[in-house]
Every structure is written in structure tokens, then in C-alpha cells.
Ligand binder design. Structure first.
Ligand SMILES: [Zn+2]
Length: 465
């Protein structure tokens, strides 16, 4: 059975001020209703004025997604009543959007068509405190610029939808117009249907993991209905992220219910060819380009390059170290070791204590055999957990590698102290060597290189023969 999925993604643009007024968009730590003015409260007589930065960001996004940017665009009023919308309508775009016909390539190589991209204002927020009969409304978010990205129904699995959202997040973060780390900065609605059934529109998805969950739930629900010979109705459903389920929602608006009409308070916006060209020339290197360059320039595998370019912060972190020391060694330590340690701790690189200089220091020591690989991991862990500098950790925990001569001395002593192991070795028991290596590691507190120690011990045992 074919599965058909289309997405409508809303991302908040990181402008300093709102889409049509001068209020700050930095509302997350503010008291309710502190970032408001007559315009974003929709008071009579107030007039909206388009934020040029938001327009520029929208054009950037459109170009990065390979869209055609319109020569001119129009804002429309989308009319509906809800307490989070003080004007009784949302200023959005309808038949004259900012950009159309783009594409995004998923990591499996499949191309997803973008139908359109438009600008609109974010509504306010309702709060329903537990145990209280009344709800509260906060208009701090009202008027924050949103970019809506609408895809064609080109995705055929929840994994593809998740991958699409991840790609969008990466691209928008590379453009520095979006911060996916902020709560509620990316939200999406998903249309999903299974061959032969009606289409469900799932609203209230707020993360790419949530999207995958919601879609998986929908597939199971729709398949179960079909299996029992029941009709899958065309309907709008609401996703509850905590419970991981979707429920029918009471919203029944059809497009004609919104009575879209051109916003009379905002003139048509013309976008000149020069402006588009200027923005196009200022576009930074995007994730896919960076990934390809990392492979070519630093000789990385596709997996490593992919892993290192998932965020601009991580990619810059990698590249600044790689330029100063072995790029392949750095790739292994960042993409595998460091990312593994971070994910174990449930944090990302930005939130962690480790700085570029710290990892560079660790890798220099490792390359010069001043510490062992095991020691390097230990230093990395302590840097992450205790926020101490690697140099200090190496001193305090006595992690500096010891020389081959020293290991040789210790090995001699260990062999002498374990005559039964020599006997075992003579009888061809390889395990005896491992035992002796283990003893040396113990004596040296793990600072000896296990490979070298193994060689030394074999050699010394043969000499006894
Ligand atoms: Zn305002």
C-alpha cells in the first residue's frame, strides 16, 4: 500500500523585531504581554509595515531551496476567530506568495518538490494552566515572522518526512535565519493518506522526531481501519506529543471559510532582480556543498562528512581543528568519539564544556604519543563532566604516557613475579600473554600502550626460552 505524505512547515525567522511592527521577537524569557504594541495587538487605526529583514530572510530561504522568487508578492488576510489572534485574521499570503517550485534532496537521494514558500505572522499563545478554570492569552509571540514551506505530497514514509525536516532545519540554520534550538521555533502540519483511504491532516507537530511519531501512529491507525473494512475519513487531527497519538480535532475550516482577501493596509511588494541577485551572491556554503567539500578536501568518508555537517557550529568546530592538525584523525575524534560522548550525555556541542582548543590540545598530545588513546578519551570525558582544562586533567590524573623503556622495566618485573604465566606460555597458552599485558596495564594505571606492551612481553618471553 502506497503511503503519501506532504508537509507544511512553519519556521520562526530570527529577526530582531516582529513582521509588521518594532516589538522584540525575543519573548521566551519575558513576562506575558510585554512585547506588544497597537499593531501586533490589532488595535483599530494601527497600520502594519513590512520588516525588510524578514523579506530578505524569506528570499534567502527561497534561493537556498532552489525556488523561483516572485517579482512581486501580496499579503492576504486569512480570517478566522480564535483568542490567540487579536485582529480576527492572520496576515498571511495566498495566491501571490514569495516563492514557488523548489526542491530539497533527502539523504537517500530522493528529491522533494517545494510547492511554495510564504511569509506570515505567528499568532499569540494560549495557556491552559492545570487545575484552573480559565485560560490565559499571551500576545508576545503575536506577529513574530513565520516562513511557511509547503511541499508536494512526495514523501512516502515517516523517515523521509523526518529527514526532510532535519534538512530544512540544517539549511535554515546555515543561512543564520533560524534557531532550531528554541522551543516552538519549528512546527509543522502533515497530510498523510494510504492508497484507497481519505487524507488526514495532522496538526500541532513541533519537532522532527514528533513528525515521525505522529506519522507512524497515523499509518497504524489508518491501516487498522482499512483492515476492518472501515472508511478512513478525510479529517483534521491533532497530535498529542506526550501521548504519541492523534485525535480528531473540531476545526472544520475549509479554504473558503477563511475568506482570503488582499490585505488593504499593505501594498503589493515588488522584489527587484538586483535585490535577488545581491542576496543570491551573499548565500553561504550550504550543508550539502560543505559535505562534498569535506570529502574532497579532507579525504573523509561520506558518513563522516555527513555527520560533521549536521550543524554549522559542529562543522566550524571540526574545520578549525582539522586545519591545524591531521584532518582524518580530527574527523574520527569529532564524528565518532566526541559525538558519542555528547549523545550519551544528552547534550549538543554548543551546550557542552569542550572548546576547540581543548580538543586540539588532546589530539596534539595523542599524536605525539604523550597520552594513549584510552587516556585521550579519559581527558575528553573529564573535560565534558568537570569543565577542567585537558592540561590540568592530564597532570592531576597522571595520564601522561610512559616511555617504552619504562614499560620494558615493568614488563620484566611482572614476568618475574608470575612464573606460572611463563609456564603457561611455554605450553602454548596465548592467554598467558594477555594476562601479563593486563598486569602491566594495571601497574601503569592504563598509561602503557597495550599494543606495544604486548609486543614487548612476547619478545621478553621468547628471550627467556
Ligand atoms: Zn508590536
Amino acid at each position: 500500500m502506497d503511503i503519501v505524505i506532504g508537509l507544511e512547515v512553519h519556521i520562526q525567522l530570527q529577526t530582531n523585531t516582529k513582521l509588521f511592527c518594532g516589538c522584540s521577537t525575543n519573548y521566551r524569557d519575558s513576562k506575558p504581554n510585554k512585547h506588544t504594541c497597537p499593531i501586533c495587538l490589532g488595535l483599530p487605526g494601527s497600520l502594519p509595515k513590512l520588516n525588510q529583514k524578514a523579506l530578505e530572510y524569506g528570499i534567502k530561504a527561497g534561493l537556498a531551496l532552489d525556488c523561483n522568487i516572485a517579482d512581486s508578492m501580496q499579503f492576504h488576510r486569512k480570517n478566522y476567530f480564535y483568542p490567540d489572534l487579536p485582529k480576527g485574521f492572520q496576515i498571511s499570503q495566498y495566491d501571490s506568495p514569495l516563492a514557488t517550485e523548489g526542491t530539497v534532496e533527502l539523504s537517500n537521494g530522493k528529491k522533494i518538490e517545494i510547492r511554495r514558500i510564504h511569509l506570515e505572522e505567528d499568532p499569540g499563545r494560549l495557556e491552559h494552566p492545570a487545575g484552573k478554570k480559565q485560560s490565559y492569552v499571551d500576545y508576545n509571540r503575536s506577529g513574530v515572522p513565520l516562513l511557511e514551506i509547503v511541499t508536494e505530497p512526495d514523501m512516502s514514509s515517516p523517515q523521509e518526512a523526518r529527514d526532510f525536516l532535519r534538512k530544512i532545519r540544517e539549511i535554515m540554520e546555515y543561512l543564520k535565519i533560524f534557531d532550531g534550538g528554541l522551543e516552538g521555533s519549528l512546527r509543522c502540519d502533515a497530510n498523510i493518506s494510504i492508497e484507497g483511504g481519505g487524507r488526514a491532516e495532522v496538526k500541532n507537530i513541533s519537532s522532527y522526531k514528533g513528525a515521525e511519531k505522529a506519522l507512524n501512529y497515523e499509518i497504524t491507525r489508518q491501516k487498522n481501519l482499512m483492515r476492518r473494512g472501515k472508511e478512513v475519513k478525510r479529517e483534521t487531527r491533532h497530535f498529542n506529543e506526550e501521548q504519541g497519538i492523534t485525535k480528531p480535532s473540531r476545526e472544520k475550516e475549509e479554504e473558503h471559510d477563511y475568506r482570503y482577501f488582499p490585505e488593504p493596509d499593505l501594498p503589493r511588494v515588488t522584489i527587484s532582480k538586483e535585490k535577488i541577485k545581491e542576496i543570491e551572491e551573499s548565500l553561504p556554503e550550504l550543508p550539502d556543498e560543505k559535505r562534498d567539500r569535506f570529502q574532497k578536501e579532507y579525504g573523509l568518508s561520506q558518513d563522516q562528512a555527513e555527520s560533521l555537517t549536521t550543524s554549522l557550529f559542529l562543522a566550524d568546530f571540526y574545520e578549525e581543528i582539522a586545519c591545524q592538525i591531521d584532518p582524518e584523525l580530527t574527523a574520527t575524534w569529532v564524528a565518532d568519539t566526541l559525538k558519542g560522548e555528547l549523545s550519551y550525555r544528552g547534550i549538543n556541542l554548543k551546550e557542552s564544556n569542550i572548546e576547540k582548543e581543548d580538543l586540539l590540545f588532546i589530539l596534539r598530545y595523542l599524536k605525539e604519543d604523550e597520552i594513549t588513546e584510552k587516556g585521550a578519551i579519559k581527558v575528553m570525558r573529564s573535560t565534558l563532566d568537570e569543565n577542567k582544562k585537558p592540561e590540568k586533567i592530564i597532570e592531576e590524573e597522571n595520564l601522561r604516557s610512559i616511555s617504552l623503556d619504562e614499560i620494558s622495566e615493568i614488563a620484566k618485573r611482572v614476568i618475574k613475579e608470575n612464573p606460572e604465566a611463563i609456564e603457561d606460555y611455554r605450553q602454548g597458552k596465548e592467554k598467558a600473554v594477555n594476562y601479563l599485558v593486563g598486569q602491566v596495564m594495571k601497574e601503569t594505571n592504563g598509561r602503557a600502550d597495550p599494543g606495544e606492551t604486548n609486543k614487548l612481553i612476547q619478545k621478553q618471553l621468547e628471550e627467556i626460552d
